[in-house]
Design a binder for this molecule. Structure first.
Ligand code: 5W5
Length: 256
């Protein structure tokens, strides 16, 4: 499914008259560098999570992305469309500091944020740009169309895309997302959801840490707790950004 950007689009298992068509499509490939804030968080040279550039030196991602990492070296790839092909403004940065939110835990999706400080300020340009964060702590109306992108799974069977994928995902109200048939009370006021529905557009494994972009600003971060992807009963879950601005600004301002 649409992994954090490995957006899996099950384009429909259902046709116009509700007949199953059984066809599975992946999400769409972005135009190269259309989302210049996207980062690939890598360990030992392998993509593990998405992230996005919020200042010249800092990338925001998800705390769970540090789980089951074999204490290999973390690096951040910026300016990429393909993970493997040579690209002029693509560059791998070292990591100076990893700051997981102190409230994050392996068991829940609570406070699932990670700040990554690059070893040196990123070189900005047309392919490498920062994404502004939502500063107003207000809930978006349900069915606001937002964008998610990533190099995560494009199928539940584990297909990994080489090039950045994206999907348009409508928000679901917290009240609806907390209904018993969906996430049954697990969604806190600091989280938000997107609908999966019958089109099965969703984020998936490896898309975590990437942004949910609504009206051009980062509204949420794809959570990294494991979940089924592309199932209408399991809406996508995001950590809302606005409630965490004090923590984000505090970490970025603190000396290391
Ligand atoms: C993650 C991960 C990974 C998730 C990437 C979300 C890979 C948590 C790191 C730890 C293998 C659905 C693993 C291959 C997990 N995590 C990261 C590529 N990365 C989900 N958690 C979800 O490479 O496992 O992704 O819905 F991405 F290319 F496949 O996330 C929105 C199932 C398991």
């Amino acid at each position: 499914m649409l992994s954090a950007v490995g957006i899996v689009l099950f384009c429909s298992a259902i046709g116009a008259y509700g007949r199953p068509r059984g066809r599975i499509l992946g999400g769409r490939e972005t135009a190269p560098h259309a989302m210049p804030y996207m980062a690939s968080l890598q360990e030992g040279g392998k993509h593990i999570c998405g992230g996005f550039l919020i200042s010249q030196e800092w990338v925001l991602s998800a705390a769970h992305c540090l789980e089951d990492t074999a204490n290999g070296t973390f690096q951040v790839l910026l300016g990429a469309h393909s993970l493997t092909a040579p690209e002029p403004n693509k560059r791998l940065y070292g990591v100076r500091r990893l700051a997981a939110h102190p409230g994050s835990s392996e068991e829940t999706n609570e406070d699932d944020l990670l700040l990554v400080q690059l070893s040196e300020p990123a070189t900005l340009g047309p392919d490498v740009k920062t994404l502004p964060l939502q500063s107003e702590d207000r809930e978006l109306p349900a069915r606001t169309f937002c964008l998610a992108a990533g190099w995560g799974f494009t199928k539940n069977t584990g297909q990994r895309p080489d090039r950045l994928q994206w999907a348009e995902l409508p928000t679901m109200s917290r009240a609806e997302c907390n209904e018993r048939r969906f996430h049954d009370g697990e969604i806190t006021p600091r989280m938000m959801c997107t609908e999966v529905k019958s089109v099965r557009r969703d984020t998936c494994k490896g898309d975590s840490g990437g942004p949910l972009v609504c009206h051009g600003v980062a509204e949420g971060v794809v959570t990294a707790g494991s979940r089924v992807c592309g199932n209408w009963r399991k809406p996508g879950i995001y950590t809302r950004v606005a409630p965490y601005l004090p923590w984000i600004n505090g970490v970025m301002a603190s000396p290391n």
